[in-house]
Design a protein around this ligand. Sequence first.
Ligand code: G3H
Ligand code: 13P
Ligand code: NA
Ligand code: ZN
Length: 328
Amino acid sequence: ALVSMRELLDHAAVNGYGIPAFNVNNLEQVQAVMSAADEVGAPVILQASAGARKYAGEPFIKHLIQAAIESYPHIPLVMHQDHGQNPGVCQGAINLGFSSVMMDGSLEGDGKTIASFEYNVDVTRKVVDMAHAVGVTVEGELGCLGSLETMKGDKEDGHGTDATMTREQMLTNPEQAAEFVKRTQLDALAIAIGTSHGAYKFSRQPTGDILAIDRVMEIHARLPNTHLVMHGSSSVPQAYLATINQYGGKMKETYGVPVAEIQKAIQYGVRKINIDTDIRLAMTAAVRQFLFENPDKFDARDWLKPAREAAKQLCKQRYLEFGCEGQA
Ligand code: G3H
Ligand code: 13P
Ligand code: NA
Ligand code: ZN
């Protein structure tokens, strides 16, 4: 059944686990997440970016998620707008039936310019007013996602800034976070702790100097009732890269966020963990391998099946690693 994100994250907070929020764009990804959740008894957050709504088309995104609810009525499910760039995008999502929206006011409406604190408070507060009036949960973002290796913001996926910043400019400031939550009254807060979107996060396995997991603790101490969200949380498994490159792909060496670091973040208070890239890598590796090994096949179902299965295994693994088993 469709539930608000507040309800799911409150349960996760009381019981000390984290919920992966998977980005979905099409039928096979929705099916992969749902069958993984069903097998382990996990609650589900399906999130659609503006790009997903555009790729699938609004009625398709809406009805794919409705179909997930219809097919798995016993699973509590949140339908979440990922990275709404302005209140209009969030309003559109609410009209479509989403039970949760993210107003990302860390960047201005162009998605490129670093926003002022006042701008961020203003747009986020607007969305909270309209969302809470109809029982919809709101996620906001404070700080600038980006790599502490390059000191650059994250522009990998076309909706960030590549401005060079200082460490303190990038990371979420705990005191400012407290003021932000007080003034906006949002439910969940995405924080910047050194992760970035996309496959190219780190040029080596990250250690404490380029991934500020400890900051979760400081922010959580000030905001015990606000659910913390980690974006850019793909782990970029090396096995996927190896398979992709073995079967004709050309991806550069790269590292993601180790699962052990995410587990630490969950202990420190993170409740929602955003994952998109790992599903992309899992599906691409499976398709490349399948088509290489079966060059005579041309039925799309033949290669979509292993892609869907690979996505499912990834989702199942993250549900287990984040403590979701049996929580639905
Ligand atoms: O935050 C970005 C998500 O990975 C969604 O990416 O905008 O390409 O759909 P997208
Ligand atoms: P990844 O690119 O690390 O999967 O992050 C996805 C994300 O944060 C979506 O909002
Ligand atoms: Na989000
Ligand atoms: Zn994100």
